[in-house]
Design a protein around this ligand. Structure first.
Ligand code: FAD
Length: 418
């Protein structure tokens, strides 16, 4: 059965884990199928077909597997695999999905209207929508994320970075012993074992800002030593003196009074800010994250809050920011939007999926050929089998790709495209 009505228009800001999960699960449901993440939820039912048009806006021209960034910074072959243009993702190739490379710059919830700045042309597109999903994550800095917005530019950017690493005859120093710094240092050493790699961290324990047990943090330190990375703990870099010529070393002045000569510095001190500046201030918490209810609808008194959702890193929700959580949010947002579409078309009562507010700390961290993980039930686990379980052979690329079923060709809508 197909519901006869004009299509619902859904606008999604951000085409990464949360955004893709929302778009693809919603499309499944509107096509009348159980959604692709439906295992163990009531969403494994079938439904009438609902006409829908989804506009997916992303600043990049493709999906960037952010988890793989530390390996992409060490291996050209992997870097090329980690960024797939949206036009090359089979699951997105349907007239029901319109792709725009650009930035959502303003949302007017009262009139359900968005302003989008198209990349390249800088043309402003005004878009009317029925539902909006904020899935635009956190703004992070190079080298944690590429600066480039187009795949070709990104490949050139990584090439240049790898050439700089090749010239680093005095070794490489990574500053910052959080998850990103640990992975950057250990992936580099794994791929380029000849390179001398040093990690400097300002605290006595790695992962010092994470709410994880000391045992997990101490295990991360021993694994990074197993990986062949040297560490300097409890020490800050107070000055970086760039070399006068390419063959000279960069000199780092350290807070303990010592100096360290190095060939190349990678700054992995995580600086990030939420990206939802396009929403009214009232929709955001003090840190700029989007306030949501457990059903992912906006939790604020902005007009039409119930037609506005936020998913993934951008959402103000407890727990360590993780890609699994982002995909879970995207899934739930899709199911809940679909429930309200059914309500509007058939008068049914929506049954919302609700996020659990009690999210215990958990993490999987790749450290060279091994990984360390922490879950409340399993405690701290580590080793090569843990790495295989959490990351496969490619820092989780295939796991995420297959979970989102990105290779599965999209089903075309039966009704005419408007
Ligand atoms: C180096 C690194 C390693 C990590 N490793 C792990 C790991 O091993 N396991 C794990 O679970 N998590 C890991 N994480 C965390 C994980 O990557 C994030 O939790 C996840 O990316 C969040 O997904 P998201 O879809 O919410 O946002 P993001 O992945 O940040 O995606 C946001 C998207 O929105 C786009 N965008 C931003 N602003 C706008 C706008 N105004 N308009 C349109 N588009 C916009 C961006 O281009 C981007 O594509 C890691 C993070 C980093 C940085």
């Amino acid at each position: 059965m197909t519901i006869e009505r004009s299509p619902f228009h859904v606008l999604v800001a951000g085409g990464s884990y949360a955004g893709l999960a929302a778009v693809l699960n919603l499309l499944d449901l509107c096509n009348g199928h159980p959604c692709r993440f439906s295992a163990n939820t009531k969403t494994s039912e079938s439904y009438p077909r609902i006409p829908v048009r989804i506009t997916l806006v992303d600043e990049r021209d493709g999906f960037y597997h952010l988890i793989g960034a530390p390996l992409a910074l060490a291996s050209m072959e992997y870097a090329e695999k980690a960024w797939i243009k949206f036009t090359d993702i089979p699951a997105l190739q349907t007239p029901a999905i319109k792709l725009i490379q650009g930035s959502v710059v303003a949302i007017d919830p009262e009139n359900k209207r968005a302003k989008i700045r198209e990349h390249g042309t800088r043309r402003t597109i005004r878009k009317q929508y029925d539902y909006f999903i904020a899935a635009s994550g956190l703004r992070r800095q190079w080298p944690t994320v590429p600066r480039s917005l187009k795949r070709d530019d990104y490949v050139a950017e990584i090439k240049k970075h790898l050439q700089q690493l090749d010239r680093a005859t005095h070794g490489v120093t990574v500053i910052g012993g959080g998850a990103v710094g640990i992975e950057m240092a250990s992936e580099l050493k794994l791929v380029q074992p000849h390179q001398s790699v040093t990690l400097i961290h300002s605290r006595s324990r790695l992962l010092s800002s994470e709410a994880l047990p000391d045992e997990t943090k101490d295990r991360a330190l021993s694994l990074i030593h197993d990986a062949g990375v040297k560490t300097i703990m409890n020490t800050r870099v107070t000055k970086i003196e760039e070399p006068e010529s390419e063959s000279d070393a960069t000199v780092l002045t350290l807070s303990d009074g010592n100096a360290l000569k190095t060939g190349f510095v990678i700054n992995a001190i995580s600086k990030y800010t939420p990206s939802a500046t396009y929403l009214p201030d009232k929709a955001l918490d003090e840190a700029g994250y989007v306030k949501i209810h457990p059903n992912l609808q906006l939790d604020s008194d902005i007009p039409n809050a119930e037609y506005h959702y936020a998913a993934g890193d951008i959402a103000s929700w407890p727990g360590i920011k993780r890609c699994g959580a982002a995909m879970h949010h995207g899934h739930y947002a899709a199911v809940n939007i679909h429930q309200t579409m059914l309500q509007s078309a058939l008068g049914t009562t929506p049954e919302f999926l609700q996020l659990n507010r009690d999210v215990p700390p958990m993490m999987g961290l790749a450290v060279g050929s091994q990984a360390v993980s922490y879950t409340p039930s399993g405690g701290t686990a580590w080793g090569e089998d843990v790495s295989k379980l959490y990351f496969g052979d490619d820092l989780g690329f295939e796991i995420c790709w297959n979970y989102m079923k990105l290779s599965k060709p999209a089903e075309n809508p039966s009704e005419p495209v408007t």
